[in-house]
Design a protein around this ligand. Structure first.
Ligand code: ADP
Ligand code: GLC
Length: 467
């Protein structure tokens, strides 16, 4: 279950993973994806059939359960409740970026329905052997299973520990938590993620490096001790995300000039077209891009600080993203200061993001932390070399000096040194092309991780059956 899926609505990498992983796993398992019936889902044009219903329970509203089938045959279950989910905006926030006030009830309702489906109380002719929960928005499902004495095993994947679903203590009543329940307690309030971490049978994170990092107070967001305990019990593991077949520059409809490895002239055409599209001058120097949510995690401030060096050395910079107003302003001002040399697009546009990976020479990802990161893998697949902080999944997917460049500390001085390396590589076309080729050949598919999930599911189902 998930709170976003690229087929309908996407805020970040979770949307991509929720679209890719079930499709991989459906070769081995009978999968249903459960998500809220957001307006984007209802308006998607897919035929929606009501197949089940949950009753009002623990103060949470009754919901219909709809089913739709994607063109490639994936079955999606959606939780229908107009007042909770049928509204304009992102899954989490309104058009101004303010989190929805009733997010506790919205995602408690989603989680409660998941537990009802698992226990056969939703009127469906199908019941899962296991629930796979993603992030805080789904985490409560593990608690509802426990509170209702249901034995279905659950896996909780933490895509980003910084988002913990923290609400005031008064939420406990709104979500129907039992009075004695302590698993949600977090600094005087409640944390949905903590509840899920306490009650799920296994926790996964989206890279090995991040699974090791989060047991340290620096990365643990206040959960490091609990996570260290889980790790010691063998209940916390890292399974790296992959990227799906849709990221192939040879079959990408968004590109003016599709290309494959070695077709560098065609790639250069994409660069020229991208410059035109973004209003950047035609120059011989390298083009750097930043494609990301504009939030503290992603290190946009470091990019802005280093930007004058890029311009002075004869390069250009293009940024696309949206997020916190402070960072959006920073990016907009940079473009005003360096007209024709820096281009900023505030917004979310998948097609532009594809063209940026296909046309840019380097992707900047100075993330302060990065559970996995998908953009660096997309960039590699499109021959754009990532320049990244060696943290989390960036560390696990980029080979320094081969398929990208890594720097050790999320500091502007480290980024600057790395930029100098990038300019030197750009000045040697043979080396640049060899690295582009190596990046495009990186194997970032889902098959290995898919097998790891399958193995984990089987183990948990067997353990629960024996217990
Ligand atoms: P996160 O999930 O932390 O945002 P990831 O790198 O895992 O980071 O995934 C981000 C995804 O969102 C990638 O597919 C990236 O290309 C996409 N993305 C981010 N910002 C934008 C944007 N403004 N427009 C289009 N795609 C974007
Ligand atoms: C989160 C993380 C990102 C990860 C994505 C998908 O949003 O910030 O690193 O790639 O989830 O797992």
């Amino acid at each position: 279950m998930t709170s976003e899926m690229r087929d309908f609505i996407k805020a970040g990498g979770l949307g991509d993973v929720s679209a890719a992983l079930p499709r991989v796993l459906s070769h081995e398992h009978d999968i249903r994806v459960l998500l809220p019936a957001y307006r984007a889902v209802l308006k998607s044009g897919s035929a929606l059939k009501i197949v089940g219903h949950t009753r009002m329970r623990d103060g949470l509203p009754a919901c219909d359960i709809g089913e739709l089938v994607t063109r490639d045959g994936l079955r999606i279950l959606v939780v229908c409740h107009d007042a909770l989910f049928n509204r304009e905006g992102s899954p989490y926030a309104d058009a101004r970026g303010e989190g929805w006030e009733d997010n506790d009830v919205r995602f408690a309702a989603l989680s409660s329905v998941a537990a009802d489906i698992a226990s056969g109380h939703a009127g469906l002719d199908w019941q899962p052997d296991l629930l796979h929960l993603n992030d805080w928005t789904c985490a409560l499902a593990a608690c509802y299973l426990d509170w209702r004495h249901q034995a279905t095993p659950s896996v909780l994947t933490i895509h980003n520990l910084a988002y913990q679903g923290v609400f005031p203590e008064s939420s406990t009543q709104r979500i129907g938590a039992p009075k004695k329940a302590t698993e949600l307690d977090f600094h005087g309030g409640v944390s949905f993620l903590r509840g899920g971490m306490m009650r799920a049978d296994c926790l996964t994170t989206v890279s090995d490096s991040y699974a090791r990092q989060i047991i340290d107070p620096i990365y643990g967001c206040g959960m490091d001790r609990l996570l260290a305990r889980c790790r010691n019990e063998g209940r916390l593991i890292g399974i790296l995300n992959g990227i799906d077949q849709s990221w192939n520059p040879l079959y990408d409809d968004a590109l003016p000039e599709p290309f494959s490895i070695g077709q560098w002239d065609k790639r250069r055409q994409n660069t020229a077209d991208l410059r035109g599209e973004l209003g950047l001058h035609t120059i011989p120097g390298p083009l750097f891009v930043f494609v990301s949510r504009m939030v503290h995690q992603k290190g946009l401030d470091l990019v802005c600080e280093a930007a004058p060096q890029i311009i002075a050395a004869g390069g250009q910079l293009a940024l696309i993203g949206r997020g916190e107003p402070m960072y959006e302003r920073m990016a907009t001002m940079l473009a005003k200061r360096f007209t024709g040399r820096v281009a900023t697009h505030i917004g979310f546009n998948e097609a532009v993001a594809h063209r940026m990976f296909a046309g840019a020479d380097f992707l900047l990802m100075p993330s302060r932390y990065e559970p996995c990161g998908l953009s660096q893998m997309y960039a590699q697949a499109y021959g754009c070399l990532p320049i990244a902080h060696a943290t989390g999944g960036l560390n696990d997917t980029i080979e320094d000096g081969v398929s990208g460049l890594l720097f050790q500390n999320a500091r502007v001085s480290d980024l600057r040194n790395c930029l100098q390396r990038a300019f030197r590589i750009f000045a040697e076309p043979l080396l640049l092309e060899a690295m582009r080729g190596a990046a495009m050949l990186e194997k970032h598919g889902w098959s290995r991780s898919g097998r790891q999930y399958t193995h984990l599911y089987r183990r948990l189902c067997t353990q629960k059956a024996v217990a």
